[in-house]
Design a protein around this ligand. Structure first.
Ligand code: DAH
Length: 338
């Protein structure tokens, strides 16, 4: 037989030179496979003279052991244990990650707060469930006052009938501020408000307002007008101007409605402003002396002004969002757009 095939040194050199798992598999087949060198040598032993067989048998065994060890050693170098199995992929989902962000109404609230903070105002908050004193009585709406009927109130079934309610406006926070801190007061009060409204394009039972209150010595209607003008041009831009028209609110005297020139048509007249050139934003006025008396501030020493308007109205005007319920539907297509 040709034992030159069983040259262990040559086999080890070939194994050491193999670089891939596939090459090693080929070598394993060549030496140890069914028709490989070892098996062929074993076959041929049968044909040998019996006296020679043990010697050749030992040589075959030594070759087999040497090649097996060399193959295993090289395998461990090329592909360490475990490396052949792909690691488990435990990452979740393949839908991409979407980042949440502030709701459009909150963005608007923060932006308005920033404008007023830059004018030296503070930001205050009050409860959404109010009592009759703060929501009406102290604001100079006595029981039976017709102005109460303007605010379609949602009452809470608690205590005496019609004594606890979801606040119909943010004005009660004015009362809470004046009850707890002495003038001077310069504050804005944003928050959620509720009315028993029939829902339509511009009205919703839940909405937001932002209220402003300034109480100090010597404040005049001119300070109110100037503050509103500063605020509207900071928020809507310099080309917008504001105007005040006489109005009525129980807690201010005199009272006014404030409007801005239409941001869509530059006051030329369009569908949004009903062809008037003006867009009404909210109410304002000088704090009524009765309100000061209700909270123990001397109306002879202090004067003040207040204003309040709907928050949704701002982004509705800016982005043309309608109907107002779009803000509360929580449709992610709307939410992710702004
Ligand atoms: N609270 C009023 C409302 O909801 C808005 C308002 C008007 C607030 C005049 C004020 C104000 O502070 O002075 O209709």
């Amino acid at each position: 037989m040709d034992l030159s095939e069983l040259d262990l040194g040559a086999a080890q050199a070939a194994i050491a030179a193999a670089d891939t798992v596939d090459e090693l598999a080929d070598l394993r087949k060549r030496f140890l496979g069914k028709k490989g060198a070892v098996n062929r040598a074993k076959e041929s032993i049968k044909t040998l003279d019996p006296a020679e067989r043990p010697k050749v048998g030992q040589a075959v065994n030594a070759f087999t052991t040497g090649v097996t060890e060399a193959l295993e050693g090289r395998e461990a170098e090329i592909a360490p244990p475990g490396s052949a199995e792909p690691p488990l992929d435990l990452t979740l989902g393949s839908h991409g990650r979407r980042r949440g962000h502030l709701h459009l109404v909150t963005q608007c609230q923060r932006e308005l707060e920033d404008v007023f903070v830059s004018l030296g105002y503070r930001v205050a908050e009050g409860p959404e469930v109010e009592d009759d004193w703060h929501n009406f009585e102290a604001l100079n709406f006595p029981v039976g006052h017709p102005a109460r009927a303007m605010q379609d109130t949602l009452y809470v079934d608690l205590g005496e009938p019609e004594q606890v309610m979801l606040r119909t406006h943010t004005s009660p926070v004015q009362i809470r501020l004046m009850e707890t801190q002495p003038p001077p007061i310069y504050s804005v009060m944003p928050g959620r408000t509720y009315r028993n409204e029939t829902v339509d394009a511009r009205h919703s039972a839940v909405f937001h307002q932002i209220e402003g209150l300034a109480v100090d010595r010597g404040l005049t209607f001119g300070d109110l007008a100037g503050t509103l003008e500063t605020f509207t041009s900071a928020y809507f831009g310099k080309k917008v101007t504001s105007r005040l028209l006489p109005s009525y609110f129980p807690f201010t005297e005199p009272s006014a409605e404030f409007a801005i020139t239409c941001v869509f048509c530059d006051a030329a007249g369009c569908r949004v402003c009903s062809y008037t050139g003006w867009i009404e934003l909210g109410g304002c006025g000088m704090v009524d002396p009765n309100v000061f008396l209700a909270v123990g501030i001397d109306p002879e020493e202090y004067t003040g002004f207040a204003f309040g308007f709907g928050l949704e109205r701002m982004p509705m005007l800016r982005y043309g969002v309608e109907p107002i319920k779009t803000f509360f539907d929580n449709d992610s297509r709307f939410l992710s757009r702004y």
